[in-house]
Ligand binder design. Structure first.
Ligand SMILES: Cc1cc2nc3c(=O)[nH]c(=O)nc-3n(C[C@H](O)[C@H](O)[C@H](O)COP(=O)(O)O)c2cc1C
Length: 223
């Protein structure tokens, strides 16, 4: 069935979003750091059976100053920030090497929650990237090494040939390709916790890093 512009608009308008009820929050009880607040919300997302709660949108800036964004998997959160891994020669890897400005966005629909992290992505020491690489299942390593990620693929057979060669290389040396593996941490300057509300009175709390005081400052935001 073809859908013209008008009926598609109607279809979109009839598509539900933020259907409550969602339990109200008390931001007064939120911990002093956004890392701890994030971990609490993450555990609640897991408990609520949110699918792939560790999937996040990583936004970066290319060399022309244009934004780019894609979904990645969160690897860890600690006092250095929110961690993820990339291949250094992928578009996102090159963009981050040229400009570390980055944002992460999580959306957990079952809970009507969004988390926005803004900051600078800093490459972690090579040893940490190597440990992360070492821990990857072989199949994930094969995929990562074989892929000329985001380059134009002229023929699927090229990929198949590369997979076979990569399997052989990894069979001889399980760390083949490690030199291109980078783990980054987004060192956050602000982190916002957004709780959606069916009547659109969304609750928002932003943590802002105060350089002068070396501590997080909490701000409520208008919906
Ligand atoms: C749920 C989900 C998880 C993903 N996880 C990763 C990942 O961990 N690493 C990765 O390189 N790409 C991952 N991707 C694919 C990326 O979104 C993207 O297509 C790819 O990394 C190429 O991005 P780039 O051209 O900006 O470098 C994932 C996509 C989805 C939808």
């Amino acid at each position: 069935m073809s859908i013209d512009g008008t009926s598609f608009r109607t279809e979109l308008r009839n598509t539900k979003v933020l259907e409550g009820p969602f339990p109200p929050l008390n931001f007064d009880k939120f911990p002093p750091t956004p890392q701890d607040a994030f971990k609490n919300w993450f555990h609640e997302a897991v408990t609520a059976n949110v699918r792939e709660p560790h999937a996040m949108t990583l936004s970066t800036v290319d060399e022309e100053g244009c934004p780019d964004a894609r979904v990645l998997i969160l690897k860890n959160v600690d006092n250095r920030g929110w961690h993820f891994a990339v291949k250094a020669d992928s578009p996102k890897g090159k963009q981050l090497a040229g400009n570390g400005a980055a944002a992460l966005t999580f959306y957990w629909p079952l809970l009507a929650r969004q988390v926005r992290v803004r900051g600078i992505a800093i490459a972690l020491p090579d040893e940490e990237s190597a440990l992360d690489y070492q821990a990857r299942p072989v199949a994930s390593k094969v995929g990562a090494v074989a892929s000329e990620q985001s380059e134009v693929l002229g023929d699927w057979k090229d990929l198949e040939r590369k997979l076979i060669a990569t399997e052989e290389a990894l069979g001889k040396n399980s760390m083949t390709g490690v030199e291109k593996w980078r783990v980054y941490a987004v060192d956050a300057s602000s982190v916002e916790f957004w709780q959606g509300d069916a009547s659109r009175l969304h609750q928002r709390l932003r943590y802002v890093w105060s350089k002068g005081d070396c501590q997080w400052v909490k701000q409520l935001l208008w919906p």
